[in-house]
Ligand binder design. Sequence first.
Ligand SMILES: Cc1cc2nc3c(=O)[nH]c(=O)nc-3n(C[C@H](O)[C@H](O)[C@H](O)COP(=O)(O)O)c2cc1C
Length: 184
Amino acid sequence: MIETIKKRRSIRSYKDAPLKEDHLNTILEAAIYAPSGMNYQTWHFTAILNAEKLVELNRLIKQAFAKSDEPRLQERGNNPDYCCYYHAPALVIVSNEPTQWWAPMDCACAIENMFLAATSVDVASCWINQLGTTCDDTDVRAFITSLGVPAHHQVYGCVALGYAAANAPLKDKKLQPDTITIVR
Ligand SMILES: Cc1cc2nc3c(=O)[nH]c(=O)nc-3n(C[C@H](O)[C@H](O)[C@H](O)COP(=O)(O)O)c2cc1C
């Protein structure tokens, strides 16, 4: 487990190959075994393997970005090459009831479980955040509802999954000093 934790990295370049069904099932099973506040398990995992639907989702996210007041988001929205999920063959939308304050923590636990399960079967992954801020845009919401995201859910993160492209670049991983205190 410690080896898997240290091996996991965010991968942003994927082979043009579908995610194998057994890999998807392993990863989704790991998600639902995560801890959750009061064991409520109110989360939902919407796995999209359909390339056309992913392209449409990216288009709608960009459309929402283009309407933003933030220049950085506007730039992404108007950039024809911008793909928030890095053309991964699979994306899992992780959503939850926003009424419980621990909803985002539950989702983060499930997402990390997915990352570690993916790493353990040599599936590459990355947290994709863009739907978190755009899920209440009218067009984005209508589309994700059609995909199966419960209408009253907030999206807390997405997980891109696939097989790492050869020589997929890795950002340097420098651990910050002084982030642990041990009191004896
Ligand atoms: C809450 C959260 C949001 C993130 N959002 C994105 C994202 O939208 N796109 C992306 O490429 N990486 C995203 N990341 C990945 C981080 O950039 C990455 O974990 C960090 O650079 C450390 O690299 P590593 O995952 O390879 O160890 C996110 C990570 C977290 C925990």
